[in-house]
Design a protein around this ligand. Structure first.
Ligand code: ISL
Ligand code: CA
Length: 598
């Protein structure tokens, strides 16, 4: 029986440094603030912190635009703060991973400054430069019709050398040219080995599927008639040399350091496309983030990204079932997450934040849902207290800061189409990346304890922080936070079921109940010693109405394959004072339970 790698059963927790905890009263979170909260994370049950970019950066895209891989953004701290953070994690048996952003740099990075300085500069080829095209009237046009992620073309004209450079994201984020070997070597040394040598345990790897582009640069087919720039993800996602590049990175850097890796795989919706990245035999990545579930309700990755679309529960369940089952019988591994810094809050999207009761019940149900799924679990800061989206009344122009939100909004306004503007506003108020970026709510003091009274935080603190904060929930043994602690412990105690188990959907078409069976038969494959064949039935009410199991023909004991009376209630989201009124076969609004066979 092989040894299970530590990262499979570990609980990962993403920290967005700007919004976690400010210690020097400049309104920005910082690394000393994270160090001050390490015991909080340890107590929650976190094993590994993923720290979003804290590198030197002009902050056009909140640090995903790096101008120096080996320096820390001064508002976040210093190199020695990072050393202290590594030590603080390791002293508690925890690990730390950093964000590796090497698809692009900032345009302020010295590599790009050199590259743009002349066509003969030795680093010219480290980025992707192309001459202009001209239309029939002699007007200059970009080399292709590709639309960038943040709206507008993927090409920006550079006056000095009279060529365009490629950028999949903002114009200030030029794409590195992975075709150039010297460039790859510099990435490995400066962005990776430098940090691994200081003791970090691995990386969350940004946009890992986009290093290899179609180098014949064809135009994308017109799928948005009337628009100059067309969606073109197939020109740069999962490109011709992508697996070669990642294998090389693994062989030369990740494997020698025994570093853990989790790659971000957007625009890769098919299991058959994902497996080559995470198959153990392929020696590329340990884990990946696949986005079908977290993108639910968005109109599409490009133009329609912020047009909200209502979706039935069955659609959510279908994605979960597909991705829970896709690696059965393979040597792949995957991740469980429903929040990150690029999406609205889960309780406002998949749960119900319309009343205090429904908020609390649905936040716990989301916790139970995540903690019972197979794969490595990732939490995002604030998820553990059920943080919600920004209030709908907050005006976009004043309170939203994200380049992507503001570009989409600007684009809608420029269209002059009132309907499109209205829909974009509505969509942003549910889906914008800004929702997850407001300050962490620590306590009921001014500024939610994120920063001191009188300081202006970089983003506004949620108006509801007095009722929704860590301190309040620490003191309430039925709070969302205490429930997370409990359920993360349960997940580890029954790791054969919840981390490794086989997933079987039940009642897949139902629009109220979300039900599945976890069976630890799957865990034998993953090398876990199984003493007793266990099964768990996870029954969750994803609605504001009571739901009767009987009416759904759901027989708990029979589904678990045990005798009646031999099913054990392992955990419920119900409050203790509701127990007396608990009806065996009826789930209250957003109530959820896990039963075990005996
Ligand atoms: O639609 C998208 C952009 O919102 C995604 O498909 C995107 O490609 C993906 O989420 C990449 O995100 C990562 O890289 C970006 C950065 O802005 C995000 O914050 C980061 O998570 C560029 O570095
Ligand atoms: Ca600060």
């Amino acid at each position: 029986v092989g040894k299970i790698p530590w990262w499979k059963e570990a609980v990962f927790y993403q920290v967005y440094p700007a919004s976690f905890k400010d210690t020097n009263n400049d309104g920005w979170g910082d690394i000393p603030g994270l160090i001050a909260k390490i015991d909080y994370l340890h107590d929650l049950g976190v094993d590994c912190v993923w720290l979003s970019p804290m590198f030197e950066s002009p902050q056009k895209d909140m640090g995903y635009d790096i101008s120096d891989y080996q320096a820390v953004y001064s508002r976040y701290g210093t190199l020695s703060d990072v050393d202290n953070l590594i030590a603080a994690c390791h002293a508690r048996g925890m690990k730390l991973i950093l964000d590796l952003v090497v698809n692009h740099t900032s345009d302020q990075h010295p590599w790009f400054q050199e590259s743009r300085s002349s066509k003969t500069n030795p680093k010219r080829d480290w980025y992707m430069w192309k001459p202009a095209r001209y239309d029939a009237d002699g007007n200059r046009m970009p080399p292709t019709n590709w639309r960038s992620y943040f709206a507008g073309p993927t090409w920006t004209w550079d006056e000095l050398t009279q060529e365009y450079y490629l950028h999949l994201y903002d114009t200030s984020q030029p794409d590195l040219n992975w075709e150039n070997e010297e460039c790859r070597k510099a990435i490995y040394n400066e962005a990776m080995r430098f940090w691994l040598d200081r003791g970090v345990d691995g990386f969350r790897i940004d946009t890992v599927n986009k290093y290899s582009k179609r180098t014949d640069f064809p135009d994308a087919p017109v799928t948005m008639p009337g628009e100059t720039d067309q969606p073109a993800a197939e020109m740069w996602c999962n490109g011709p040399r992508i697996h070669e590049f990642i294998r090389e990175m693994n062989e030369q850097v990740l494997a020698p350091y025994n570093a853990v890796s989790v790659g971000e795989l957007s625009n890769t919706p098919l299991p058959s496309q994902v497996l080559p990245y995470v198959s153990a035999a392929a020696k590329e990545l340990d884990m990946v983030f696949e986005f079908s579930t977290i993108r639910l309700g968005t109109g599409g990755p490009f133009h329609g990204k912020y047009l909200y679309r209502e979706f039935p529960l069955s659609e959510l369940k279908a994605y979960v079932a597909t991705w829970q089952q896709w690696l059965e019988g393979t040597d792949g591994w995957h991740t469980v997450f429903c929040e990150n810094h690029d999406n609205g809050r889960a309780v406002s999207r998949f749960g119900d934040d319309s009343t205090v009761e429904l908020w609390e019940a649905s936040a716990k149900t989301i916790a139970l849902w995540q903690a019972t799924l197979t794969g490595t679990i990732f939490l995002y800061q604030g998820q553990e207290i059920g943080m919600v989206n920004m209030p709908k009344e907050w005006p976009i122009e004043q309170e939203y800061k994200d380049v992507e939100s503001l570009n989409f909004y600007g684009e809608a306004k420029a269209s002059g189409d009132a309907e499109r503007i209205r829909k974009t506003e509505k969509g942003l108020k549910i889906l914008a990346r800004d929702h997850s970026r407001i300050p962490m709510q620590w306590d009921a003091s001014p500024n939610a304890g994120f920063t001191s009274a009188g300081v202006m935080p970089w983003m506004r603190v949620h108006d509801g922080f007095k009722d929704l904060n860590v301190e309040k929930q620490e003191g309430d043994d039925e709070s969302v936070l205490r429930f997370y602690k409990k359920i993360l412990k349960m997940r580890k105690e029954y790791s054969g079921l919840f981390v490794h188990g086989a997933f079987r959907p039940v009642l897949q078409e139902d629009e109220t109940l979300f039900v599945y069976v976890k069976d630890d038969q799957g865990s034998e494959e993953s090398g876990v010693q199984v003493n007793k064949r266990r099964k768990a039935l996870v029954a969750m009410n994803f609605s504001g109405q009571p739901a009767s199991l009987q009416e759904h023909d759901l027989d708990v004991a029979a589904t678990l394959g045990c005798k009646h009376g031999e099913e054990l209630l392992l955990v419920t989201t119900l409050k203790k004072n509701d127990f007396s009124r608990m009806e065996a076969g009826v789930l209250k609004p957003w109530e959820s339970r896990v039963y075990l066979n005996f």
